[in-house]
Design a protein around this ligand. Structure first.
Ligand code: IYR
Length: 227
């Protein structure tokens, strides 16, 4: 954002030595990868939040982690709008629930509703007010300087993956909420036209009595092909 608009840098970026992320001397890639998996597999999408506050500093580290993601031509085509204002959270909840009522009563196909039924979701979204923070992720259809962006959905999708794992690493929970259509988010949050809503993630501590559906992931041999 600080550099003036320049279509192509006249000279290549200088290269500097890679700073590797090295494991401890007695650690192994197998053990490290497994530990990471064991941590990530504890992550669950959670719809029930405690009102316990989360500091702004925590959210800032989480957003730094997300914004460290790779992106097409390093354009970093994302904005993370972090909402703690109860009044704005209420506006978002009211508008999201209006869309969701349309979705559940009219827009969703019977097959979609049948796929959602076992998860027990409905148009009520109390978590949009109980969670101490809502992170609304916008994708940038153009750079802030008006320049092109590349692989927009891939880039922002990767950043959202980083965001979700950073939330988990901080001992917090979230869920990916995708009210559809979500144009209202740009209006409520007063965002410029080139910022398009992508995902909405409530962030906080789980409620003490939070439950999650008893679902599992496909076994490795169903998701992995080795040749
Ligand atoms: N956006 C709706 C519906 C919904 C869709 C899918 I796909 C889910 O996995 C869960 C919900 C809602 O948030 O309720």
């Amino acid at each position: 954002m600080s550099t003036p608009a320049a279509p192509t840098p006249p000279t290549p970026f200088p290269h500097i030595p890679l700073v590797p992320h090295r494991l401890a001397p007695n650690d192994t890639p197998e053990a490290a990868a497994r530990r990471h998996y064991e941590t990530l597999r504890l992550r669950r999408s959670c719809r029930f939040f405690a009102e316990t506050p989360v500091s702004r500093e925590t959210i800032e580290w989480i957003v730094r982690a997300a914004a460290s993601a790779p992106s097409g031509a390093n354009k970093q085509p994302w904005r993370f709008v972090c909402v703690q204002s109860p009044a704005i959270k209420k506006q978002i909840r009211d508008a999201a629930e209006a869309e969701e009522r349309e979705f559940y009563s009219r827009r969703a196909t019977p097959e979609w509703l049948a796929d959602l039924a076992p998860l027990g979701t409905d148009a009520d979204k109390p978590f949009l007010e109980t969670a101490p923070w809502l992170i609304v992720v916008f994708k940038l259809a153009k750079s802030d300087d008006g320049g092109q962006v590349y692989y927009l959905n891939e880039s922002v999708g990767i950043a959202c993956g980083f965001l979700i794992s950073a939330i988990h690493a901080a001992g917090l929970v979230t869920l990916t909420h995708t009210p559809s259509p979500m144009g209202f988010l740009g209006k409520v949050l007063n965002r410029p036209e080139h910022e398009r809503p992508f995902l909405l993630l409530p962030v906080g501590y789980p409620a003490p009595d939070a439950t999650v559906p008893d679902i599992t992931r496909k076994p490795l041999d169903e998701v992995m092909v080795v040749m």
